[in-house]
Design a protein around this ligand. Structure first.
Ligand SMILES: Cc1cc2nc3c(=O)[nH]c(=O)nc-3n(C[C@H](O)[C@H](O)[C@H](O)COP(=O)(O)OP(=O)(O)OC[C@H]3O[C@@H](n4cnc5c(N)ncnc54)[C@H](O)[C@@H]3O)c2cc1C
Length: 225
């Protein structure tokens, strides 16, 4: 085992195309992975020594891992990698990691935007159909929606920025939820994540530990993980 494969997984791009208007699907054939839905991998986007960018695992079928990468306007190395990935290309990435996973709860609330929906897909699919679930997902336009199971409240920014999104907080504020707290999973742009948590804790009286947050990106910061 080489030093590289001790710490990293080597995969090969099998397919790279569009999963939604601004969302790339990258399918990477790789050795078996142990993962929990909601976890992420750090991809070395320009070879094993290149910069790392973090992506949620959309799916792993025992042979290949699928990612959903937003082709955002920021044009960073991660977005460029997903846009230019071609079948046969080698990819190095770290093993699945992270605590943004579902936990036992009276009910589950998912809140986030495009990038968060890449984590919500596998988390929602893995929940038993008997679980009570609420989801509010904000995307720019209808064509940016990824297929998420269940009744999702989709809201649209139509050109407004995803950062510090007041419309997402308003949509959560207007959501009819049971009186008692559930567990919330809030991901995406960092300031929006904070604002949603603030609403749940301050206005609805949820305990802080009932709100699981994961900031994925924020303007001006490169490669959050
Ligand atoms: C745990 C975790 C899981 C993640 N999972 C996913 C995932 O499954 N799919 C996914 O697409 N992203 C995901 N992200 C976010 C992703 O890692 C960042 O968007 C990524 O770092 C952007 O890399 P980049 O090289 O394209 O841009 P960077 O060089 O990192 O950023 C350059 C600039 O682009 C802008 N920017 C970055 N991301 C966005 C964005 N999403 N929308 C608008 N502007 C942006 C910002 O202004 C930023 O300063 C995840 C992040 C974390 C921490």
């Amino acid at each position: 085992m080489s030093l590289l494969t001790r710490f990293l997984v080597r995969g090969t791009v099998e397919r790279a195309d569009r999963a939604a208007d601004r969302m790339r699907r990258v399918r990477i054939a790789c050795p078996s992975l142990t993962w929990t839905p909601g976890q992420q991998v750090r991809v070395h986007v320009n070879g094993p020594l290149g910069p790392r960018r973090t992506y949620s695992i959309w799916d792993f079928d025992g042979r290949a891992m699928e990612l959903r990468v937003l082709d955002h306007d920021g044009d960073g190395p991660g977005a460029r990698w997903a846009r230019t990935a071609r079948p046969g290309q080698e990819v190095w990435f770290g093993r699945p990691e992270g605590g943004f996973v579902t936990r036992p709860a009276p009910y589950h609330l998912f809140v986030g935007e495009e990038t968060a929906s890449a984590a919500f897909g596998p988390m929602l699919r893995a929940l038993s159909p008997s679980e009570e679930v609420y989801a509010v997902v904000e995307v720019d336009a209808e064509g940016d929606r990824l297929p998420l199971p269940g009744a999702v409240n989709w809201i649209f920014r139509h050109g407004a920025p995803a950062a510090s999104s007041a419309s997402l907080v308003t949509a959560v504020r207007e959501l009819r939820l049971p009186q008692r707290p559930g567990v919330a999973y809030v991901a995406g742009e960092a300031r929006t994540v904070q604002a949603v948590r603030g609403h749940l804790v301050r206005d609805r009286g949820w305990p802080r530990r009932a709100v699981v947050t994961k900031p994925f990106w924020t303007p001006g910061r490169k490669g959050m993980d």
